[in-house]
Design a protein around this ligand. Sequence first.
Ligand code: SAM
Length: 331
Amino acid sequence: MKLIDRYNRVHNYLRISLTDKCNYNCIYCNPNRLDSKLTKKNILSFEEILRVIEIFAKELEFKKFRFTGGEPLVRRDVFSFFREVQKLKNIYGFSTGITTNGSLLKGRTDELKASGIDSLNISLDSLDKYNFHTITKNDESERILSVIDESIRSGYSPVKVNAVIIKGINDLEIINFVDHFKDMNVNIRFIEFMPFGSNGWERNGLINYKEMKNIIEGKYSISALSSYKNSVAKDFQLKEHTAKISFVSSMSEHFCYSCNRVRISSMGKFRLCLFSEGKHEINFKELFQKNYSDEEIVDELMEAIQHKWEKHPEPEELSEMMSNNMMSIGG
Ligand code: SAM
């Protein structure tokens, strides 16, 4: 059985937020330094998440699971959890990934690989110490760069490096990113700045993917790669170098028509879209407490997916309606 919505989109990729806690307070993600809303009672336990994964993999043919947050690696015993996921992976044959700021990965990239996590996205918004601090409120740029090196040595191929580009903050670093990573086994992903609950998004701050691409083409030649069907990114190969460059154009050219993703927050709320307001949210925590069977849960999911919108609203509208922050939803 497949999770198909009324626009015929087949969903087979689940992004799971393991926690809304983070050791960074990035200006575009948690500008007001909101505290975690999690308690022992409302957080989805690892056992519950394993059941969620099994339902999606076994009943709905999901092929990919990504763990994010908040910062997924701040959750205690997360590596043991990954090893449990690996057992399900061996049965159902899906792939796994994490999105992390990399801070807690120092010295642990081999362990991450051995625990079965297939793909690794590391967020790094600046190569400049001062700018890195302005954005993340931390002084760890060199640490994260060394974690990226380590991850490549551990066999992540490529390591995806996520950089959210904000005009007036780090747009002058676009070329520096390419200069730095051009001969490494890295896919640099330049992400358009998105509006989330009071992160001060303005159209002025948005540097769109075409502008970013032009800046890069001022110095480098790039050639388009045929991105796979559900890719959120426009992918390019840097000619005569090893790195790939991608642009995530959620704001200027959305990719909703090929969306294959759904999400679960750390409190177990099922979300149809990163930007949806949760009107048709299923709460897995509640379903588990009410002893719903797997079949009943699948019925709920089949009903909920019919409410997925065709596409998300324009950024201006999003910036008005976003009461949620990215951390609780899971980026
Ligand atoms: N803590 C992890 C990290 O730093 O990668 C995972 C969570 S973070 C919310 C996931 C991704 O969302 C990061 O790559 C981050 O840069 C991106 N992100 C967060 N807020 C964003 C925004 N307002 N616009 C664009 N990307 C954003």
